[in-house]
Design a protein around this ligand. Structure first.
Ligand code: COA
Length: 261
C-alpha cells in the first residue's frame, strides 16, 4: 500500500478517472455507472468524493452525500470501489476511514450505505473490519442489476456506522476487531420458509454460503434461490428490530449474528 495517497478528487479530469475504476470493480459498462458530471455536481453541493491514488492513477474511490431524513447529521455512502488488481490490500478500509475523519470534522456522526448480504467479503468489511451494523433489509432496492450482481433482484442490507462507537473508534486506531462470539445464538436455518413464531431469543445466527460472489457470477439460479431464502428469514427479523452485528467464517460457511438491541 506504499505510494497510495487518499485524498479528495479535484476537477473534471480527475472525476473522469472514476468510470473505468467503477466498471472494473462492478464489471459493468460505462453506460451502467454514474457519469462524472453527476458526481461533480453532488460534490459541489456537499458530497465527499475521495480517491486512492497510485501516482496520478486512480485505483479506488468512495463517494457519499449528506443524508437529511434520519433526524441527525448523516452521510449516505453510495459508492466504494477498488480495482480488482489492487483489492485485498486494505485500500477500501483506508477510504472508509478517510470518510470517517472527513465526516467527524464536519460534525457528522453517522454514515449509512447498502450492500448485498450474499457478498461475504463486503459483510466482513462492513460488520467486522469497520464495526458497523446492518439494521434494515431492503428487497430489490435498485431493481435488477448486472455485473457482479448477476442480473438478480438487488436485495440489500442497510448499514449504519456510528462513527464514535467503541468498535468504529477501535477500527480507526487500526485494531483488529474480533468477530462477536456466536455461542448461545439460536440457529435459524435458511431451509425454513419463515421465521419461527413466538418470542425469539435476543441473539440469532443465520448461515449463508461462503460462495455468494461466485454464485452471483456463474450460477444465477442458485444465487436467486439463496437470495429468496435469506430474504424470507432476514427481512422479517430486521423488521422486528434485529440487526446483523457480525459475520463469522465457520466450517465452510459464513454465519451472520443477528442481535436485538
Ligand atoms: C468491496 C471492496 C470495496 C473491498 O475492497 P478491498 O480494498 O479489497 O478491501 P480491503 O483490502 O480493505 O479489505 C477490507 C476487509 O474486507 C474483508 N475481506 C477482504 N478480502 C476478503 C476475502 N477475500 N474474504 C473475506 N473477507 C475479505 C476483510 O475483513 C478485510 O479486512 P482485514 O483484511 O483487515 O480483515 C472491493 O472488493 C470492491 O471494489 N468490490 C466491488 C464493488 C463493491 O462491492 N463495492 C461495495 C459495494 S457497497
Amino acid at each position: 500500500m506504499s505510494n497510495v495517497v487518499i485524498r479528495e478528487l479535484e476537477g473534471p479530469e480527475e472525476f473522469g478517472l472514476i468510470p473505468p475504476v467503477a466498471c472494473a470493480a462492478w464489471r459493468m459498462t460505462t453506460a451502467e455507472v454514474s457519469p462524472p458530471a453527476d458526481l461533480i455536481a453532488l460534490t459541489h453541493a456537499g458530497a465527499l468524493t475521495a480517491g486512492a491514488f497510485r501516482g496520478r492513477g486512480l485505483v479506488g474511490f468512495v463517494h457519499g452525500y449528506p443524508r437529511a431524513n434520519l433526524g441527525q447529521p448523516a452521510l449516505h455512502s453510495h459508492f466504494l470501489a477498488v480495482v480488482p488488481s489492487e483489492q485485498g490490500q486494505g485500500l477500501s478500509t483506508l477510504l472508509k476511514l478517510y470518510q470517517r475523519d472527513w465526516c467527524r470534522r464536519r460534525g457528522i456522526g453517522l454514515v449509512t450505505w447498502t450492500y448485498d448480504p450474499l457478498l461475504v467479503k463486503n459483510a466482513r468489511l462492513n460488520l467486522v473490519r469497520l464495526g458497523a451494523e446492518a439494521r434494515n433489509y431492503l428487497p430489490n432496492f435498485y431493481g435488477a442489476m448486472g455485473g457482479i450482481y448477476g442480473g438478480l433482484a438487488t436485495d440489500r442490507f442497510e448499514v449504519f456506522w456510528d462513527l464514535d462507537s467503541p468498535r468504529a473508534a477501535a477500527a480507526a486506531r487500526g485494531e483488529t476487531l474480533l468477530e462477536r462470539d456466536l455461542s448461545g445464538a439460536r440457529r435459524i436455518p435458511l431451509s425454513r420458509s419463515s421465521v419461527p413464531s413466538g418470542r425469539l431469543p435476543s441473539r440469532l445466527a443465520i448461515e449463508i454460503s461462503l460462495d455468494g460472489a461466485r454464485l452471483l457470477r456463474s450460477d444465477p439460479p442458485a444465487a436467486r434461490r439463496h437470495r429468496r431464502r435469506l430474504r424470507q428469514i432476514a427481512a422479517p427479523l430486521m423488521a422486528r428490530g434485529y440487526a446483523a452485528t457480525s459475520v463469522a467464517i465457520e466450517g465452510g460457511a459464513a454465519v451472520y449474528l443477528l442481535e436485538r438491541t
